[in-house]
Write a protein that binds this ligand. Structure first.
Ligand SMILES: [Zn+2]
Length: 198
């Protein structure tokens, strides 16, 4: 992320704004930045990682295929982002206290990683009915060798499992298989942890 910063966003106008209103008021560009803030605040500070968020640029009218690399810094507090493909870059200020600041859990506790297919991840990423803890878990996903990895404590993974159980009967038939695969991956990972402590 050494390039010149192309886009600087200041989100102070949304501090303390209820989520619903903020979501209604932001334009497409800011929505993209808001999603970046969610990814950055769901992960530990100082960590640079590739998120599942797609680049919005269309160089020569062809959509960029890159994903956004995100890094949050706490002193001074700012979020840096860059597209891994086209080099689009940005900086976000004053995101603390906005509805997209999902920070506030312990990154030092035991973390279990669960790998998902990107298409399956998309289904759960877009689901609006998750509790705050599960939502932060999902939004903090990272891309690792063509897969999407979500990482959280065993308790939070169990919460997510329970949330999927609740949403599955109401999900569109097309989404049910994806939810089932996610649930299975979570259950497998949790089973290994509970059986062997791994
Ligand atoms: Zn790009």
């Amino acid at each position: 992320m050494e390039q010149n910063i192309r886009q600087i966003t200041d989100l102070r106008a949304y501090r303390g704004t209820p989520r619903e209103r903020a979501e209604r008021d932001v334009g497409a560009g800011q929505r993209h930045v808001a999603r970046i803030v969610e990814a950055a605040t769901a992960n530990a500070a100082g960590l640079s990682f590739e998120s599942p968020i797609r680049c919005r640029r269309r160089p020569k009218r062809v959509p960029c295929t890159g994903h956004i690399i995100v890094r949050r810094q706490d002193l001074p507090s700012e979020i840096q982002w860059a597209c891994g493909e086209c080099g689009d870059t940005g900086l976000v200020h004053n995101w603390r206290g906005t509805p997209w600041d999902v920070a506030g859990h312990d990154h030092r506790a035991t973390q279990l990683a669960v790998y998902l297919r990107p298409a399956d991840y998309k289904v759960i990423e877009l689901y609006g009915g998750l509790d705050a803890s599960s939502r932060a878990l999902v939004l903090g996903a990272r891309r690792v060798s063509q897969l999407v990895v979500i990482e959280g404590t065993p308790e939070r993974l169990e919460w997510l499992c329970a949330a999927i159980d609740l949403m599955q009967p109401r999900a569109r038939p097309a989404d049910r298989d994806a939810l089932e695969r996610i649930r299975e991956s979570l259950a497998l990972r949790l089973g290994r942890y509970h059986d062997r402590g791994l």
